[in-house]
Structure formats: C-alpha cells, structure tokens
Design a protein around this ligand. Structure first.
Ligand code: 7TS
Length: 408
C-alpha cells in the first residue's frame, strides 16, 4: 500500500499525460515503444541549450567545460545505474540498436568464419537479429536460434547442443518487447561462460522496469536505449567489460576517438572515447543522466512493484473476458500485455482505442519471428510504465468492450 501511495501521483511529473485525445483524457499504454519524459528531463535538456551549450572535450572556454562536465557526469550516473565497475565501461551510443551493431561489427565480426555460429532466441526484437544476420552474411557464419514455447518462454531443452565451441556469442534479450517475458539471463550467462562463450544482453525493455547489476549478472555486454527509460531519443548506452572493450577495434572513425592523427599513423583514444567518434548527443546524454536521477528518486523497486500490480490487475481482467486472448503467458513477465480480440484485426483495435484516447501499439512489434511462431500477423499490445494508474487498466478494459460492441 505504501508503494501505491508513493508512486500513484507520479504521472503529474509528466506534462504530456495531462491532455485530451479525441475528447478523452489521454491513457498512454505504449511505453514499450517509447516512454514519456518527466518535466525534470525536459528542463535539463532545455537548460543545457539555454545556458551551457558548447562542444565537449575540446574547448578551454567555460561553456565547453560545463558541457563536458555534464556529459561525463551523466556517464558516471549510467555507470552507477547498471553498477559497472568503472566508468570507462560505459560507451554512449544512439540506442540499443547502435550498441548491438557496434558489438557485432567490432567484437564479433573479426572472430567469425564459416562454421561458426551466432546464437540468438526466437523472442528477439529485430534489433537483436538483423545485425547478427548481417555479420553472418559478411563472414559465412550461421545464425542459430533458441526456440520458444507456447507460453512465450525460452525453450532451453536443447541449450547444451546450441552452446558449443562454434558459438562466438550469445545475444539475448532481458525482457521480450512483444510478450513481456523476463528471460532467466543470469543462468544462461553462467552456462555460456562455462563453454567460454561471451554474452550480450539486450536490456532495452528491462532497464525502465527493474534494477540491473551488470557485475552480478556477469554479462560481457549490456545495451539499452534512453528513450524507453524516460530520457530523450537518440541516446543510449553500451556497457562492456573493460578487458573486452580494450581489445576491440574502433567501429567508426572521426574526431574525438583519436589521440593523434597523421597520414602515416593514427593513434586511437582510450576507452570509452575510442568508440565515440564525432560530436555526440550531448543534450540527450544530459537528459539521460537526469532520467536516472529521477528514477532513483522514485525508487526502482517501487517502480517494479507498482508495474507488477498494474500487470497483474490487467491480466486478471483480460483473462476472464470472453473473446479476448492474451498472447504470452510466461510465469515471469514485465509491463507488457499482448492480446487479440477474436474476429477483429489488431490494427482496427488500435484505431478504436485511439478514438477512446487510449494509446496502444498494434503490429508485429519488430519481432516478426514471435508472430510467426504463433501464426498471427500482429497483436495489440498494452505496455505500462510507473506513471500508469489502475484507472488506466479500467480504460483498457472499457476500450476492449467498445471494440467488441462495434464488431458484435
Ligand atoms: N531491443 C528491444 C528488446 C526493443 O524492445 C527495442 C525497441 C530495441 C531493441 C530497439 O531499440 P532502439 O531504441 O534502438 O530502437 N522496441 C520497440 C517496441 O517494442 N516498439 O517500438 C520499439
């Protein structure tokens, strides 16, 4: 109960939520696609442009020093947020997608040849499939897939055969964006490490909802996007173990990633700058730092507990609705409820929801292999953040009833 009291008014920190859509109060149930931003994050970005804007790491002047301090301060916040051992292990990138491409091209590609495998799962977002397919095409290696079960969990019955010496990386999501399944990554990481296989965790759908400790997980890489955790778009982070990042060649070349350049020889910069070519998203990085401060103030455990209540409440309501099928019924889930309404295409569901002011996502959620598994083209997906209220679950149910009325 104290959790609910602490957190229930937090939606007021998000100015965008206080509006009407199509004549109804906005109910935002699409945070898995992108979260909304609290006032403090919006202000941090605006204040940076108003007061401190300058390029970083290059000026002796006041503004550049302030911008550099704010940018590097945010890196320390990200380090603390995922409990990395040292700040050098945090590389700023555009988002989860760019981080995975970086690891695929810089770390994995040089090790791959025909006969090798890259291991992903059937639950992955396209961002954790396509970069690996590309690197396989470039090297002649093969993509292998951990299958899934009807409930939307990983089918680990054949895992020992997949984790063989030919696997050069296991790349797996922490939480599935299409179904909300929380994968048992800690055990998988340990199993892969027993065979000497490094592991990348796609944490895009995990960090907004639960505490993550990369040292405890012992993953080699952990990637996420700022915009799903209340920060701006165009900024995210790659965590990598220092010993591994140090051995990896740069991925993109340009300014800031070098110590010295001549036509005969270029000496690369130290970590993490080696991987940050060009002027980065300074404002976005500062916004990310503020989003972390904000989440820590709200309390990640409070966030997880409140969202769990919302998910349980919504699941219990939808489970007993005639003609409504929940897609993805894993024992461990976070913040995502995918469903189908019998006789209605999910896109029509989304449109009717919008007319009620309720924003959900419909489609394949950039996880087409999950849709292929269930032999469906799409689902309707409600996804929660801690700024959602129990009354948003009522709005979800009322919108489903409206759809059913219209298609009766
Ligand atoms: N990994 C997962 C698990 C995701 O859910 C997403 C985006 C990405 C990677 C890619 O993140 P990006 O910030 O680099 O684009 N997922 C979704 C979604 O579920 N709806 O829209 C985007």
């Amino acid at each position: 109960m104290t959790i609910e009291l602490n957190i229930v008014e937090r939606w007021r920190d998000f100015p965008i939520l206080n509006q009407q859509v199509n004549g109804h109060p906005l109910v935002y149930l699409d945070s898995a696609a992108s979260s909304q931003k609290p006032r403090c994050v919006i202000d941090a970005v605006a204040d940076y442009y108003r007061e401190d804007n300058a390029n970083i790491h290059r000026g002796v002047h006041q503004l550049s020093q302030r911008a550099t301090d704010a940018y590097e301060g945010a890196r320390e916040k990200v380090r603390g947020f995922v409990n990395a051992a040292v700040v050098k292990e945090i590389v700023f990138v555009r988002g989860a997608t760019e981080a995975i491409n970086l690891v695929a091209q810089s770390f994995v590609r040089p090790q791959l040849s025909a006969g090798d495998t890259v291991l992903v799962s059937q639950l992955e977002h396209h961002a954790n499939i396509v970069p690996w397919q590309m690197v396989c095409e470039q090297t002649g290696a093969t993509l292998q897939v951990i299958p899934m079960t009807q409930s939307g969990e990983l089918d680990l019955s054949g895992i020992d055969e997949l984790l063989t010496g030919s696997a050069k990386i296991l790349a797996i999501g922490h939480v599935s964006n299409a179904l909300g399944t929380v994968n048992p990554i800690k055990g998988l990481i340990a199993k892969a490490h027993d065979k000497g296989i490094p592991v990348l965790i796609d944490g895009a759908q995990a960090v907004p909802h639960m505490a993550v400790d990369v040292q405890d997980l012992d993953c080699d890489f952990y990637v996420f996007s700022g915009h799903k955790m209340f920060a701006p778009t165009g900024i995210g982070a790659l965590y990598g173990k220092r010993s591994i990042l140090e051995q990896m060649p740069p991925w993109q070349g340009g300014g800031d990633m070098i110590l010295s350049v001549s036509f005969e020889h270029t000496q690369y910069n130290d970590l993490p700058y080696k991987f940050e070519a060009g002027t980065p998203n300074i404002a976005g990085t500062i916004g990310l730092g503020m989003a972390i401060d904000y989440m820590q103030e709200v309390g990640i455990d409070n966030i997880a507990a409140h969202e769990h209540n919302l998910l349980v409440a919504a699941t219990e309501r939808l489970e007993v609705m005639e003609g409504v099928n929940i897609i993805g019924t894993a024992a461990e889930k976070a913040s995502v409820l995918s469903f189908m309404i019998e006789g209605v295409h999910p896109h029509d569901v989304g449109t009717i929801f919008d007319q009620q002011g309720v924003a959900i996502r419909t489609g394949h959620h950039c996880a087409q292999p999950v849709m292929q598994f269930y032999e469906i083209p799409a689902t309707a997906r409600a996804s929660f953040a801690f700024y959602n209220k129990l009354s948003d679950v009522d709005a979800l149910v009322a919108s489903i009833e409206k759809v059913q009325e219209m298609f009766a």
